[in-house]
Design a protein around this ligand. Structure first.
Ligand SMILES: [Mg+2]
Length: 221
């Protein structure tokens, strides 16, 4: 990157720039459409959503199929998973994140570091239109393999090199203290945890590396 920025703000993606719940519901809808066409069943998307709303977080595909009297064959589950990860997400930036990016100053660079399946994360970045909203660089750690997901420092070191800045010139904003802040803290970055109402995960019982600061909206940044 030729231009020199005075500071770099790096965001996590899920439950940081948008609500991951919206992605989950969008994925369920896509799987529901697939099931209607491929299995001839209607309402699977809604059944999955109801399970999710009831607090279920595992085996939602299997159990929802069974709710509708369909055998949860491994091949069927695999197709559902592929449909979920490869669907075009109907998601939007959190309004405060959108305003924050819109009011950016020219001396600040913006980037994203996100874990998760490569295909799915790339589709989210595209759906959110991040490159048209001032994000200079989006790094999906999965492109280097699962070992390079956070807390691996590789993506953070990559950002330092790309922008020619290190330590306190950089800030990482993310939601998950069980993995998000380990690497940036070890590199001397500033860290901010955003705790969005409506987030999927509650990390209260995990082992944690806390951020320097906690906010609920980008207005408090
Ligand atoms: Mg996250």
């Amino acid at each position: 990157m030729r231009r020199r920025f005075s500071r770099v703000i790096v965001f996590d993606l899920d439950d940081t720039l948008y609500l991951e719940r919206d992605y989950v519901f969008s994925g369920f809808k896509a799987v529901g459409r697939w099931a209607a066409a491929a299995l001839g069943v209607s309402g699977l998307g809604q059944v999955m959503r109801n399970r999710f709303d009831a607090g279920c977080r595992t085996k939602i595909f299997d159990d929802s199929l069974r709710d509708l009297g369909i055998d949860a064959q491994p091949a069927t589950i695999a197709r559902m998973l592929a449909t979920y990860r490869q669907h075009r997400p109907e998601i939007g930036l959190a309004p405060d994140a959108e305003r924050f990016l819109a009011s950016r100053d020219a001396a600040t660079a913006f980037a994203v570091i996100t874990d998760g399946f490569l295909d799915a994360q790339r589709r989210k970045i595209r759906a959110l239109g991040l490159y048209g909203r001032g994000i200079h660089m989006g790094i999906c750690t999965d492109k280097w393999g699962r070992d390079c997901w956070k807390p691996n420092p590789r993506a953070f070191e990559h950002v330092e090199q790309l922008f020619g800045r290190s330590g306190g010139a950089l800030t990482y904003v993310a939601d998950n203290p069980s993995k998000d802040f380990t690497a940036p803290r070890s590199l001397g970055w500033n860290t901010v945890q955003i705790v969005r109402p409506g987030r999927i995960h509650d990390y209260a019982h995990r082992q944690m590396v806390p951020a320097d600061r906690i906010i609920e909206t980008m207005e408090q940044f």
